[in-house]
Write a protein that binds this ligand. Sequence first.
Ligand code: NAD
Length: 249
Amino acid sequence: MSDFAGLRALVTGGASGIGRATADLLAARGAQVAVLDLDPSAVDKPLIGLRADVTDDASVRTAVQDAAEALGGLDILVNNAGIGAQGTVEDNDDAEWRHVFDVNVLGMVRTARACLPYLRRTATARPGTAAIVNTCSIAATAGLPQRALYSATKGAVYSLTLAMAADHVREGIRVNCVNPGTADTPWIGRLLDAAGDPAAERAALEARQPTGRLVSAAEVAGAIAYLASPLSGATTGTALAVDGGMQGL
Ligand code: NAD
């Protein structure tokens, strides 16, 4: 099945984890895909790798323009680049709060701002295909301990998704987000490695999941692909949980 034949997508943070799985899935389903990342050196064909930092507006604008030129336009933005932060409000200083908000929230704002003119053209030329999917998190609404800063950024991404959906629905641009639970990506691998006994930490983490396992990057990519595709053409302003049942507990 090639749901994405003829469609052109940009995936931020697409060199690793959820972003890479999404870029690979969209490409496998027929899309032309550009990846924007701090380090796109591991991105290979058919994906187009573009180096940019979502905290730097000029580099985002250049990468988006390069993506649109290489692909002949843009139909889909997957706003996925993000970083983690651990601790309570007493553990992160103002500089850390500013930096994580700069990446996780303003990074999505900058990329959306640069992509919207292209998505608007798509919405006119190819009605029903322009879509933005933001990678949010169950942290947006779950009240997780030791995640004050990270959760606040994802709460902002959730609100941003709803507001953007309202702003752009009449232009024919849909905006949704996915809320992954703990997904098995290099990021989680780094956290486990830092914990001392990675195997024991992984087993403890898996034991806390209702399914007894972590969510895979490919499963999050599947949800993103659904929200990015015309199959979800009447859906905007929603958050799709991909959390192995965590939210229901
Ligand atoms: P990851 O670390 O494997 O991949 C993140 C990618 O983003 C990397 O390639 C990195 O280079 C890129 N990136 C980071 N900062 C950037 C910047 N300033 N500019 C451009 N690119 C940048 O992480 P992942 O687990 O795949 O996470 C992807 C998204 O999923 C994030 O938004 C994260 O908050 C969200 N998420 C992850 C989980 C999880 O358990 N892994 C759960 C919920 C939400």
